[in-house]
Design a protein around this ligand. Structure first.
Ligand code: SAM
Length: 252
């Protein structure tokens, strides 16, 4: 899919709208990652990169009641969703919402106790993210991110085709080694549950896909985009044991 093409973008966001989350993840995994992160300052400064509509931002705000969270994303409608949800949850006063590019962050070194990024480090590249985000952490600070990984050494061809746009994808051991090579200590790591893919992400996405399929029928560009989304979901349904998202909790 080509995001620079306005017609393809429009079709993509016709499905990817008003979602609880824009990637695999759930509150249980946020809780587990925070446990692995260990004690944080009483009033930690947290940066949630590529926050999307803010599913994990709200979890962080509720689970870290003293935290001040900066939630950054490049797509304004997701930030609008986050703002409404944070207001409804009564946590908006502790969330600074920022539109920006996670590849060009404006924050001075050592600005944060916790940098969080679910389902998006691969967009700038795992290696680049590990290098670029470490200086943002205060001494002893934690980077918590999820990264797609191969869970089997020889995944079947249809699964490889699904992930063709991310040729740098590694297995769990290589991802851990890469983090250590950047000087992080691994506080903990786990693979997201299959439920984390479906409950807040592919489940609601399938519902929106069905509605959009009826609405956009006859538009060949839209139909091609919707078919890609359908294939992605189907890949997960058929091959859940071949790949996953690794939650890495890394101490600087
Ligand atoms: C797969 S979604 C994950 C969103 C959210 N973390 C979640 O798990 O629900 C990827 C997010 O990255 C954002 N994004 C993509 N490129 C970006 C960039 N260069 N800077 C900031 N956000 C970006 C998208 O707008 C989208 O919200």
């Amino acid at each position: 899919m080509d995001f620079s093409d306005p017609a393809q973008r429009a079709a993509f966001f016709a499905v990817h709208c008003d979602m609880p989350r824009e990637g695999p993840g759930d509150r249980a995994s946020v809780v587990r990652a925070l446990q692995l992160a260990g004690p944080l300052p009483a009033r930690p400064d947290v940066l949630d990169l590529a926050c999307g509509p803010g599913g994990q931002t709200l979890d962080l705000a509720e689970l870290l009641p003293g935290a001040q969270i900066t939630a950054l994303d490049g797509y304004q409608p997701f930030l609008h969703d986050l703002e409404g949800r944070a207001r409804a949850a009564g946590v908006l006063d502790r969330i600074s919402i920022a539109r920006g590019d996670m590849a060009r962050l404006p924050y001075p070194p050592q600005s944060f106790d916790l940098v969080w990024c679910e389902g998006a480090a691969y967009i700038v590249g795992f290696d680049t993210a590990l290098a670029a985000w470490k200086p943002l952490l205060r001494p002893g600070g934690v980077l918590a991110l999820t990264e797609p990984v191969w869970l089997k050494s020889d995944p079947p061809e249809p699964v490889r085709a699904c992930w063709a746009e991310y040729p740098a994808m590694e297995d769990v051991a290589s991802a851990r080694r890469r983090a250590e090579a950047h000087g992080y200590q691994i506080a903990g790591a786990f693979v997201l549950s299959d439920a984390a893919w479906w409950t807040n992400y592919y489940g609601p996405l399938e519902t929106r896909l069905e509605a959009a399929t009826a609405r956009l029928a006859g538009d060949p560009v839209a139909e091609a985009v919707l078919a890609e989304i359908r294939d992605e979901i189907e890949c997960r349904r058929v091959y859940p044991d071949d790949y996953g998202y690794l939650f890495l909790v890394l101490r600087a």
